[in-house]
Design a protein around this ligand. Structure first.
Ligand code: C5P
Length: 221
């Protein structure tokens, strides 16, 4: 009997500023795979909650908000109920709010199927904090991207400045350290290095070199 073909899944986790976003986008473009930026989902929910004056701790209101929101990804943009929110969800305020709401198990469960719906043929590159552990535990290739706090804060600084944001490097460093501990120390789906993951330290690697390293691992499977 013919076996049904399964999408090939590359799951990439790592802390804020580790380069997951750009690396995953480049990788999915090279392989012609689908792409899931799971952090954006938390960011869109955070943005919607802010607009509705919902507190990060109001879990039932957050779950209702998810049920009543239409989040859509197109090739270059992210949409909330028909409005383009691609830039609005990238501020430091929303980064903080997103990591505060991400601690709720009920919220994470509410968006699990939506995240898995991105898994289609020929394959998927999924990036976030729990791609390798919870969302795609059977992923074919698991990567943990890392970089020092100093390097990650610098990257984030350059990214925000280039978009015209007024930011301060020491404030950003402090925020990254706080976000790291919220993401790693929370009880539900913390950021962890699963045992099957290849850990790549990217301080001295360009984005393209990181992509090439992952492609090398992919070809070796
Ligand atoms: O990756 P990004 O910085 O856009 O994610 C924003 C926040 O969303 C993270 O700090 C984290 O708290 C949360 N997140 C998560 N699980 C994911 C992706 C993001 O908890 N899979």
């Amino acid at each position: 009997m013919l076996k049904k073909k399964k999408p090939f899944v590359i799951a990439i986790d790592g802390p804020a500023g580790s380069g997951k976003g750009t690396v995953s986008q480049k990788l999915s473009a090279k392989l012609n795979y689908h792409y899931l930026d799971s952090g954006s989902i938390y960011r869109v929910i955070a943005y919607a909650a802010q607009k509705e004056n919902i507190e990060p701790g109001s879990i039932n209101s957050l779950v209702d908000l998810v049920a009543n929101s239409n989040i859509k990804f197109t090739a270059k943009n992210i949409w909330l109920n028909g409005d383009r929110v691609s830039d609005e969800i990238r501020t430091e305020l929303i980064s903080k709010f997103a990591s505060e709401i991400a601690i709720h198990d009920k919220l994470r469960t509410a968006i699990l199927d939506y995240q898995r719906s991105f898994c289609k043929l020929p394959g998927l590159v999924a990036e976030g904090r729990d791609m390798t552990s919870i969302v795609f535990p059977d992923a074919d290739l698991k990567i943990y991207l890392n970089a020092s706090v100093h390097e990650r804060a610098n990257r984030r600084y350059k990214q925000l400045i280039s978009k015209g944001n007024d930011v301060n490097l020491s404030d950003l460093t402090r925020e990254i350290v706080k976000r790291d501990s919220r993401d790693k120390d929370r009880e539900v789906s913390p950021l962890v290095i699963v045992k099957e993951a290849w850990v790549l330290e990217t301080d001295d690697l360009s984005e393209n070199q990181t992509v090439d390293k992952i492609l090398g691992l992919f070809k070796g499977i």
